[in-house]
Design a protein around this ligand. Structure first.
Ligand SMILES: O=C(O)CCC(=O)C(=O)O
Length: 215
């Protein structure tokens, strides 16, 4: 597979939902089987786990990572680390199909030369959600974020630089991709609670791949 394969997918529709924020409907649809197989390999090395927040709560989404670094959270704060704290080994490498998808989606949205060094993988079960937050633990904000949805649908919220700014709500479905960067790179976003359902490829789950350049 090459980045061109993604870039030439005429089936996908893209929409700019805010300045520097792009919704690429079904952009990853032709590649979901390969992406899900890669997730299975990653979780066999670095299992999904529910991370503790600095406030002492547990996040409802289960998380793992691949790439040169991985994001994690515990009682001491949010940060990137070179090793998985569960295994004390390096995080699994980023599969080529992940990198190609992330780069071609970024390019489609007008962000050339995206070089993600981490893919955070969220797994949502019924009742899981991700509250409004900014992605701000990275050193490099010049590069965009590419976010890929697999499995059950969920409502994504995208706001502004302040938590209480007005929000757009978008239903994200299997194969949809959102890309944001530039002036929107640190805008608040999150997802509402996952509703019960059964997806042909992911069963009762939704997966999200979030590609970033941590720096
Ligand atoms: O699951 C999603 O679509 C959003 C994930 C997210 O916001 C994050 O990992 O920072």
């Amino acid at each position: 597979m090459t980045a061109d394969l993604f870039a030439s997918d005429e089936m996908s529709l893209s929409e700019q939902i805010l300045p520097d924020v792009f919704f690429l409907k079904e952009f990853a649809l032709g590649h979901t089987e390969q992406l899900l197989t890669a997730i299975s390999c990653i979780e066999a090395q670095s299992a999904f786990r529910k991370m503790q927040t600095p406030g002492g709560f547990y996040m409802s989404a289960a998380i793992t990572n691949c790439g040169e670094v991985g994001w994690h959270s515990d009682g001491h704060g949010y940060r990137y680390s070179q090793v998985d704290p569960l295994t004390q080994q390096k995080w699994p490498p980023m599969p080529a199909c992940f990198l190609q998808l992330a780069q071609s989606a970024a390019q489609r949205a007008g962000f050339e030369h995206f070089h993600p060094d981490v893919c955070l993988i969220n797994r949502y079960e019924v009742g899981a959600k991700m509250g409004l937050h900014q992605d701000k633990d990275e050193k490099d904000f010049s590069q965009p974020i590419v976010s890929v949805s697999l499995g059950l649908p969920i409502i994504f919220q995208f706001g502004g630089p302040k938590r209480n700014d007005p929000k757009q709500r978008i239903q994200l479905e299997h194969g949809d991709v959102i890309v944001w960067g530039g002036s929107a790179r640190r805008f608040y976003h999150g997802v509402l609670t996952l509703k019960p359902g059964q997806h042909d490829m992911t069963g009762p789950y939704r997966y999200n791949l979030t590609f970033r350049r941590a720096g």
